[in-house]
Design a protein around this ligand. Structure first.
Ligand code: KG4
Ligand code: ZN
Length: 347
């Protein structure tokens, strides 16, 4: 009897069941997590923007409105749970497109209110960093993190889940944005990062030279390389471009990634921290992963990267970040707003 009582007392309660919503840009995503482990992660990408070569904010909000309920139902169905079992609802507070953020936040608040469950607000950029805590080889604090997405390019010192400091960032375009703009100049689709990555695999990265901007330590600039790419293409015949597409993609990709590789080597040397992570959509880039992997190996540093499905925008990373907050009971008020310009380190 005594033994049974001890056994019951030592039994851990199951990890909480969290539902997380991501709607900061043009992907409507809902995930269900058991503690830190995603059990579903549904992502519905909005195809309406493809014809415009970039995201149209008003259309993005409308598409979120149209999709969010079905995406949430699918996430719950795939996780094989019922809404009544959920312990908390998390959503992206910012940064992002105002209208898009509001759709996710309103849906999360309605759900939290009707279920009588706590609400957790999450900083989207911090969630990209904390995506490195999903899976079998999670990062350990402290570490340096290169955050590279469609809207951000920065080197971050990550001391803890709620203690991050930006060491430097882009002074103009983000690297993902530069990938997308170069892809558009080549007449490829949107978003163009993955398309350039795929074509570059068959090309020579040294075939053509594009200037790489010199900036202050851990700062980046992409407007110059983008303009030189435009001038380079303007002088060429469309047929020649088509025939040389793999070499062109490999060369421009090489120019876009070089500053990221240089900054990473410098950060590892300068801060005496032998752990580097990459996060955000561009962290899916195969050449970036290969080169950073070998830099880390040469420097005896650990290299962390998210699984592909957690690189580009997804709700699982929002849920993972929310779990850190859940454990500290850091819940949001129903009156909490969204912030389109929320910086890292300000959750
Ligand atoms: O993190 P994300 O989904 O959205 C933002 O928060 O911005 O990042 C999207 C960006 C796009 O610019 C896209 O072209 C880029 O990530 N991207 C890539 C790759 N996959 C996505 N860039 C280079 N190589 C890739 N494989
Ligand atoms: Zn993102």
């Amino acid at each position: 009897m005594e033994k049974l009582r001890d056994q019951i007392l030592s039994m851990k309660p199951p990890d909480p069941l969290l539902l997380a919503i991501e709607s900061s840009c043009d992907d409507t995503s809902v995930a269900v997590l058991r503690g830190s482990v995603p059990v579903s992660n549904i992502i519905s990408s909005q195809l309406v923007h493809n014809q415009f070569g970039g995201v149209v904010p008003e259309m993005a909000s409308r598409e979120h409105m149209r999709n969010i309920r079905a995406v949430a139902e699918q996430a719950i169905l795939q996780a094989e749970v019922s809404v009544n079992q959920l312990d908390a609802i998390a959503y992206t507070k910012g940064p992002g497109l105002p209208g898009s953020l509001m759709v996710g936040a309103s849906f999360a608040k309605g759900l939290a209110l009707s279920l009588g469950k706590p609400l957790i607000s999450v900083n989207h950029m911090e969630a990209h960093v904390l995506s490195l805590f999903i899976g079998e080889n999670p990062a350990t604090f402290p570490f340096l993190c290169l955050v590279v997405s469609g809207g951000h390019t920065m080197m971050v010192m990550v001391e803890d889940w709620n203690k991050m400091q930006i060491l430097g960032s882009t002074t103009d375009d983000a690297v993902g944005e530069a990938f997308d703009k170069c892809a558009k100049l080549l007449g490829l689709g949107y978003p163009g990062g993955k398309l350039i990555d795929d074509l570059a695999k068959k090309g020579n990265p040294k075939a053509f030279q594009f200037p790489v901007a010199k900036t202050a330590a851990f700062c980046f600039s992409y407007s110059g390389v983008k303009t030189s790419f435009l001038y380079f293409l303007r002088e060429k015949d469309p047929k020649w471009i088509e025939e040389n597409l793999p070499d062109i993609c490999a060369s421009i990709q090489n120019a876009l990634l070089k500053p990221l590789l240089d900054a990473s080597s410098k950060a590892l040397q300068e801060f005496g921290i032998s752990k580097l992570g990459i996060a955000g959509g561009v962290a899916a880039n195969s050449s970036l992963r290969i080169h950073l992997g070998s830099i880390c190996e040469k420097m005896g540093a650990n290299f962390y990267f998210p699984a592909f499905e957690y690189c580009t925008d997804n709700a699982a990373m929002i849920g993972r970040a929310a779990y850190f907050k859940y454990q500290q009971k850091m819940f949001a008020e129903l009156s909490e707003g969204t912030e389109s310009r929320l910086a890292i380190g300000h959750s």
